[in-house]
Design a protein around this ligand. Structure first.
Ligand code: MN
Length: 163
């Protein structure tokens, strides 16, 4: 019997037949990509659409990896609030806001200290590997005061179990 095309949203969070997995799980990313308190769920991995739709959730105080890559992201905030770096600007983000992360733009998402940040992220199925900033690139980003105050780059690496 074919699997149902519907995967119900669960009362405790998440969806039927969708596992929360490590935020970064491939060998290349495991080599020192820093992040804190974030989980990833692949909602759709559709060969015919050539894209994936993922759901990330960052616990209060957590943050995603500061990175960039050739591929772009289309993000919709689904839950909570926080801030994000896109390029050289820091923005506040709230439920249902839309965030465009262009190709090659540095980006990082952070949950508020008192709220989680859950978001959908649409991405190409075939895509290049994220790059971490080199020391010189980090120094350049830190020349911008609001960016310097915002970014987290590894002094606090780790993840917490999905609540
Ligand atoms: Mn990215």
């Amino acid at each position: 019997m074919a699997e149902s095309p519907i995967r119900r949203n669960l009362a405790r969070g998440g969806w039927e037949r969708v596992d929360a997995v490590r935020y970064k799980d491939d060998a290349g990313d495991a080599g020192g990509a820093p992040f804190r308190s974030i989980t990833r769920r692949v909602l759709f991995d559709e060969h015919d659409l050539h894209c994936e739709l993922r759901y990330f959730e960052i616990a209060p105080g957590g943050w995603s990896t500061l990175e960039r890559h050739e591929h772009a992201h289309a993000v919709m905030i689904l839950r909570g609030q926080g801030r994000c770096l896109v390029g050289e600007r820091v923005h506040t983000i709230r439920e249902h806001d839309l965030v465009c992360v262009p190709s090659k733009a540095w980006h990082q998402f952070r949950a508020a200290d008192d709220a989680p940040l859950g978001f959908l992220c649409l991405v190409n199925r075939d895509r290049d590997r994220p790059q971490l900033p080199a020391e010189s690139e980090l120094a350049a980003l830190r020349q911008i005061p609001e960016v310097c105050a915002f970014i987290r780059t590894g002094e606090d690496t780790g993840e917490t179990p999905d609540a």
